[in-house]
Design a protein around this ligand. Structure first.
Ligand code: APR
Length: 239
C-alpha cells in the first residue's frame, strides 16, 4: 500500500500499544486487569456497590500512567501525524494519555482518560491533579457532589461516536494497533471502514478475532513494527 501526504489515515489503538511502556493489557494475563476482574472495577454497578475500592483502583492506575513513558510505537504515530497533519486521526481505547504525551494532537479518547474525573451531580470535569485524592471518595470542588473517574465503563456509551463514524466513512487507510478486537463498538470499526472503501492494516502480537476484515497484517510488537512501517511510508513517498 502506497501512503502519501494526501492519504487519509485513521488509526485505532488498544492496550497492546502501551504494553511496551510497562502498562498491562486487559486480556493477556488470564483475563485479569491488575489482579481485578474487569466487571469488579469497570462497571457503573461496581462504582455504586464499592466506590472506595473503585476509586482506589483508578487512583493507582492514574499514578501508574503518570510514571509511564511513550514507547517507539507511540512516537512513530506522532511522526506520522506530523507528516500527514489534517489527514491523520487517532482513535484510542486507551485511557493512559500516552499518545498525547508522545506528541499526537488529533487524538480521540473514546474510553475517556485516567487524567480527568467528573462530578456525578453537576458534570463538571476536573484534571486529577487538581482534586483532593486524600479523600476516599473525592468530592466536587464546586458542588460537593461525588466525583468519578472519567473512564467509560462497560455498559456505558463511548465518547465521540459521531465524530468517529464520520472519520470511518472518510479514510483511505484504517490501521488497528494492539487491540484484541473483542470489545464493541471499537471491534466493529475495521468492518465499517472497509465497507466504506478503506484499506485495512493491523499490527498485533497475535492474530485477531476480527481478522477477516484485515487486508494487511503485521504480527509482532507495535514498538518494533510501527517505526519501520511508518519510516517506509514516509521515505518511499518522497521518491
Ligand atoms: N504490540 C502489539 N500488540 C500487542 C502487544 C505489543 N507489544 N502486546 C499485546 N498486544 C496485543 C494483544 O495480542 C491483544 O490483542 O494487544 C491486544 C490487547 O488486547 P486487550 O487486552 O483486550 O486490550 P484492548 O483491545 O485495548 O481492550 C479493549 O476492553 O476492558 C476494556 O475498556 C477496556 O479499552 C479496553 C477495551
Amino acid at each position: 500500500m502506497k501512503v502519501t501526504k494526501d492519504t487519509r489515515v485513521l488509526v485505532l489503538t488498544g492496550a497492546g500499544i502501551s504494553a511496551e511502556s510497562g502498562l498491562k493489557t486487559f486480556r493477556d494475563a488470564g483475563g485479569l486487569w491488575e489482579n481485578h476482574r474487569v466487571e469488579d472495577v469497570a462497571t457503573p454497578e461496581a462504582f455504586r456497590r464499592a466506590p472506595v475500592m473503585v476509586w482506589n483502583f483508578y487512583k493507582e492506575r492514574w499514578q501508574q500512567a503518570l510514571q509511564a513513558k511513550p514507547n517507539p510505537g507511540h512516537l512513530a504515530l506522532a511522526k506520522l501525524e506530523n507528516w500527514l497533519q489534517d489527514n491523520f486521526h487517532l482513535i484510542t481505547q486507551n485511557v493512559d494519555g500516552l499518545h498525547t504525551a508522545a506528541g499526537n494532537k488529533r487524538v480521540i479518547e473514546m474510553h475517556g482518560s485516567l487524567h480527568t474525573c467528573f462530578c456525578t451531580r453537576c458534570h463538571t470535569r476536573f484534571p486529577m491533579k487538581d482534586i483532593n485524592l486524600e479523600e476516599d471518595i473525592p468530592l466536587c470542588p464546586k458542588c460537593k457532589g461525588m466525583l468519578r473517574p472519567d473512564v467509560v465503563w462497560f455498559g456505558e456509551v463511548p465518547y465521540h461516536l459521531d465524530k468517529i463514524d464520520a472519520l470511518l466513512h472518510n479514510c483511505d487507510v484504517f490501521m488497528v494497533v494492539g487491540t484484541s478486537g473483542v470489545v464493541y463498538p471499537a471491534a466493529g470499526f475495521v468492518m465499517t471502514a472497509r465497507y466504506f472503501g478503506a484499506h485495512t492494516i493491523a499490527v498485533n502480537l497475535n492474530p485477531m478475532e476480527n481478522s477477516e476484515f484485515i487486508d494487511e497484517f503485521y504480527q509482532g510488537k507495535a514498538g518494533e513494527i510501527l517505526p519501520r512501517l511508518i519510516d517506509e511510508w514516509i521515505n518511499s513517498a518522497d521518491k
